[in-house]
Design a protein around this ligand. Structure first.
Ligand code: 9MR
Ligand code: ZN
Length: 547
């Protein structure tokens, strides 16, 4: 395999690239119509090349020497044969190439629903019974149970390939989805075939509400948020309804509380137009969470108690969550205390981060796109300057990479898809802020990466692409007896930083970082899905679908 390309298709109006790893520079592109009139040359035709090829460059992250074929000039929709170095692939140029993808990425959250049945009517072959519907018992720091604290916290999405449910990742995933809606709402409809479809509310909001209702249940009466709910150990590879171990609830933490305050405040803004009572409930809960943070300023980082194995999602600082929460709360209340908090923290946080640990990017989006006119010009200008500088750094990474990927060779760690999509979000927003297309074009290459223009040659979305990955570290996809994995799941991707046992045993240790990937169910370190890897993919895809 020497042709690395976007296997879902290219938008006729946008730039189009593929990356070649073959030795030569022999390459041509033809569509059916061109093929009909093509006459094989007689004599030496080694240099037939009807597209522009870049000079060969060394790509550090993959160890590959690559050339880029730029076929942006082709804009007629249709199927094209791309032939290079004795190999051929079919590339599609089509209108709205990302619409079905965008819907499937959102629908994947439905398949992650916990605490309810997934009937065949909505889930097709991926249907299953009700799971994790019991109450959860609080675990103390020493790992013992506190039998007096038993909480009903049913619902929400399974975090990833495991069945844990964690607040910090939930807050971020919901926010990515809600920002996708707030910025690109014309792409969202009410037709994803989920139980709420047809209720007059876009399904992306119906789906987020399922998570938000659970998050509300995770809030203690004093406003603090329990960190997570999970069984003692990661379940075996069984269906969720077979995972009947007791549910454990973990103590209230600062970052979960602040992240919740942010996401709930944002949600109150978004749902106001559809359901004012729900919006008010969210806002009240967000304010209570904020007040809890003010009343409990002594930060205590979360570490897993001993002798258990669910995700830790520990974080060393909540300053970024507080920055984000202050922005969202100021946008909906206009209260001075939130503005003070926003200004106080703005310089100290990285406003270009959209991950489960570093969250200030969402606060920046709130300032730029939601309440720009409520903030003074100097504040916005300096925030924007820093944000665009981050976009420039991403752009530089993209230009240095043979595969046009916004990640350095040292970035291929657990969930490498997150920094790549994070940087795509930064560049998309920089394009929206400055109108400069260089950012959009580089962001497009990150979507291309997701869909196959990467060193592994896999599309990292199940069900999308000729060589889509097939064996996610996702318990239902393994246990459901259906050949195809649940569709619309995003893989964490190559991870040289911390290989799991299967990756260690089967990937040669000198493999380049961008190829340290295994499409094999046991590979938790390189092939799991997670809600907060799907959600930035939703944002990026929705943007390109909205053009
Ligand atoms: O996404 C998390 C990544 O940043 C960490 O390095 C990794 C190891 O601690 O854990 C990842 O999160 C996993 C979580 O702990 C449990 N659910 C599955 C998550 C995705 O692999
Ligand atoms: Zn469940």
């Amino acid at each position: 395999m020497s042709i690395h390309y976007n296997q879902t298709g290219y938008d006729p109006r946008l730039p189009k690239k593929a990356v070649l790893t073959g030795k030569g520079a022999h390459c041509m592109i033809l569509n059916e119509r061109m093929l009909g009139t093509y006459r094989p040359q007689t004599g030496a035709d080694e240099n037939i090349c009807n597209v522009i090829l870049s000079p060969a460059v060394y790509d550090e992250a993959s160890g590959d020497t690559v050339r880029t074929v730029d076929f942006s000039a082709f804009s007629e929709p249709g199927k094209y044969y791309l032939i290079a170095d004795g190999e051929s692939v079919i590339i599609e140029i089509k209108e709205k190439p990302y619409h079905a993808l965008s819907n499937a990425l959102v629908k994947s959250f439905y398949y992650q629903r916990c605490g309810c049945e997934l009937p065949e009517k909505y889930a097709g072959p991926y249907h299953h019974g009700i799971c994790h519907a019991g109450k959860a018992t609080l675990v103390k720091n020493d790992g013992e149970l506190d039998m007096d604290t038993v909480v009903d916290c049913v619902g929400g999405w399974h975090d990833a390939g495991d069945y844990g449910r964690y607040i910090a990742p939930a807050a971020v995933a919901v926010s990515h989805l809600l920002y996708s809606y707030e910025l690109f709402y014309p792409v969202y409809q009410d037709q994803l075939n989920i139980p709420e479809s047809g209720n007059g509310i876009p399904d992306i909001l119906n789906e987020c509400r399922y998570e938000l209702e659970w998050m509300l249940r995770m809030q203690r009466a004093d406003g603090g948020l329990y960190h997570k709910v999970a069984t003692r150990y990661f379940a075996k590879f069984i269906m969720p309804e077979q995972d009947t171990d007791d549910l454990w609830l973990f103590r209230v933490t600062h970052c979960s509380t602040a992240g919740f305050a942010a996401a709930a405040a944002q949600a109150s803004r978004v749902y106001r137009a559809y359901d004012a009572a729900f919006a008010s409930k969210l806002l009240e809960a967000a304010i209570k969470a904020w007040d809890w943070m003010e009343a409990n300023p002594a930060f205590e980082p979360f570490v897993n108690p001993p002798n258990l194995s669910s995700g830790a999602y520990g974080d060393s600082s909540c300053e970024d969550e507080l920055f984000w929460a202050s922005a969202e709360l100021y946008s909906v209340t206009g209260e001075a205390r939130y503005l003070d908090a926003l200004k106080k923290r703005a310089d100290a946080v990285d406003v270009s981060k959209f991950g489960w640990r570093d969250t200030a990017g969402m606060g920046a989006l709130c300032c730029f796109f939601v309440m720009r006119n409520k903030l003074d010009g100097d504040f916005i200008a300096s925030l924007q300057k820093r944000f665009v500088q981050a976009a420039d750094s991403s752009l530089t990474l993209t230009q240095k990479s043979g595969y046009h990927t916004a990640l350095g060779a040292d970035g291929y760690r657990w969930g490498s898809i997150l920094p790549i999509l994070n940087n795509a979000i930064v560049m998309i927003c920089a394009c929206l802020l400055t109108g400069e297309m260089k950012y959009r074009n580089a962001a497009q290459n990150q979507l291309d990466y997701l869909l196959g223009m990467n060193a592994t040659g896999y599309s990292f979305v199940t069900g999308f692409g000729k060589r889509a990955f097939r064996f996610p570290h996702h318990r239902p996809s393994y246990a459901d007896g259906v050949d195809d994995p649940v569709p619309g799941l995003v893989s964490g991707g190559p991870n040289k930083g911390h290989p799991d046992g299967a990756a260690k045993m089967t990937i040669p240790p000198d493999t380049a970082p961008a190829k340290f990937y295994l499409d094999f169910t046991p590979s938790a370190s390189s092939n799991e899905n997670a809600i907060y890897w799907n959600s930035p993919a939703v944002f990026v895809t929705a943007y390109f679908d909205s053009l």
